[in-house]
Write a protein that binds this ligand. Sequence first.
Ligand SMILES: *Cc1c(COP(=O)(O)O)cnc(C)c1O
Length: 421
Amino acid sequence: MSPETLMKSPVTPAELSSFSPDDFDTYVMHTYARFPLALERGEGCRVWDTNGRDYLDFVAGIATCTLGHAHPALIEAVTRQIKALHHVSNLYYTPQQGALAKWLVENSCGDKAFFCNSGAEANEGAIKLARKYAHDRRGIEHPVILTAQASFHGRTLATVTATGQPKYQQGFSPLVPGFAYVPYNDIAALEAALEELDQDQPQVAAIMLEALQGEGGVRPGAVDYFQRIRQICDQRQILLILDEVQVGMGRSGKLWGYENLGIEPDIFTSAKGLGGGIPIGALLCKASCDAFEPGNHASTFGGNPFACAVALAVCQTIEGEDLLENVQQRGEQLRQQLRTVAEKYPGLIAEVRGWGLINGLVLRPEIDLSAPEIVKVAMAEGLLLVPAGPKVVRFVPPLIVTSHEVDQAVRSLEVALERLS
Ligand SMILES: *Cc1c(COP(=O)(O)O)cnc(C)c1O
């Protein structure tokens, strides 16, 4: 890159606004199939593109902007902490990390927390912790972690191996050893896999699942399935790891997805909604399975006072503004209205499913129409949605969404469906 080119880089807000998708693609790796939309501002559940057009945001940074955009609590925490101290490393104590850990422990089944920067990194930590536990406490030499088909656990090498979807793994072999896969919500298949894997000597260290499969198509876990898994894990000293990266932090209408299933995991992870859009991830575990010792695991940015102060503000706002109540009510409203739409298009829509404010409009598998096509037409109608696989349209608005905004979103979806049919 020549110095002349560098000097032409946009600096003023006006220059940034005119930085086109073509300019963008010249410089950024093509790892994402982006929609042709450049966003520059947000407030509440609304975002504006560089042409000044506004959109109702039912994506929320993929289930991440818990408090929507430019929420006063977020602005206050960000400004306060950036002025005070933003990063010093884990060589020292910072009160914000301790306070966030305390809030999470007091509001979950976990006893101890470790902080990192993303969902994949939190899941990497969970995988390492489960292996350490298996080696130290059970003497397992080659531990195996069972995960579900259609799951999603991240894009690092270990978490993409844990992800039970070959499309994410293709091209990246050799994958990480020590994983096996079972169909989700199928207890007989899980019991059969355990029998086979553990027949000579115990190998299965952990079962790692999402309480509701997000990327895999907004598929809620079955209560009896998870309760039986909890019993099996207790009987066999197998750790139950729940990936709460998408469904946790209030999105399901409960603070944690596992609360919908009447069980407690041994280890769980959080990220997406935790920082309200500021990068942070967390790994929590019961005291009984905290097998890490100093030096075993680390993350340079993990749990810095900036990210922790913001996440704590998100937690306190969920609590203080009674957002779980809003999630339950708005979720109920959204599912009812989507079901009314589904009844109008029985040839198109098979089902509406989800918990709280993570919901999926499931298309009939036999029809030509795909979820990305609906998302594109809805965007033209001013509504942002995100697919969860080829046949499910996902609705994950900020947890502060209002009744009026839910009405509006469903109306825009109806217009989009009319245009498509
Ligand atoms: C998004 C997601 C991840 C990965 O999180 P990143 O922050 O992108 O690494 C892991 N698990 C689940 C369930 C997710 O939805």
